[in-house]
Design a protein around this ligand. Structure first.
Ligand code: ZN
Length: 173
């Protein structure tokens, strides 16, 4: 498995809308493995294809507590949310593409999501809590949406300016 480079803001690729997958190829399965490896090494709990510069509708998540539990990775191809609950919950979300940024976001607590799995079977998952939040966050990535879009434009500008400064500092280094 290969660790891939994670794209960070302000790279404009993060604003691209990802394309549906038409066929689960062996290359796609390798990509999913590499995405999991990349996510685990970055201590993340979710990663979308576009974050490793692949604009396909794929995501990986694992919200298990690695200290106490076995890993429980989920790979989703062409995920689509079929149901959102009325009830909402708030989490302070981070993102591997937005270093040192946390945003409190209110989202529907429970969702039902349909997706294609690694064996090319269509599956449905109803879930709540952290897993529901992470899946909604990753699906946002597939539509070019980022956590800073939930901020007021004033706050968003401040964060973007800081991220641009950090990116410039990395380049100068
Ligand atoms: Zn993210």
């Amino acid at each position: 498995m290969t660790k891939l480079e994670i794209i960070t803001m302000p790279d404009p690729i993060l604003r691209k809308t990802s394309e549906s997958v038409t066929h689960v190829s062996s290359d796609l399965l390798v990509l999913l493995d590499d995405m999991l490896e990349t996510m685990y090494r970055a201590s993340g709990i979710g990663l979308a294809g576009i974050q490793v510069a692949v604009p396909k509708r794929v995501l990986v998540v694992d919200v298990s507590d690695h200290e106490k539990e076995c890993p429980s990775p989920i790979c989703m191809i062409n995920p689509e949310i079929l149901y959102f609950s009325e009830r909402k919950g708030v989490y302070e979300e981070g993102c591997l593409s937005l270093p040192e940024t946390r945003v409190e976001i209110e989202r529907p607590s429970e969702i039902t999501v349909s997706y294609i799995d690694r064996d090319e079977s269509v599956r449905e998952l109803t879930t709540s809590g952290l897993l529901s939040t992470v899946i909604q966050h990753e699906i946002n990535h597939l539509d070019g949406k980022l956590i800073i879009d939930y901020l007021s434009s004033l706050k968003r500008d401040i964060v973007i300016r800081r991220l641009k400064k950090m990116a410039r500092a990395r380049e100068d280094f």
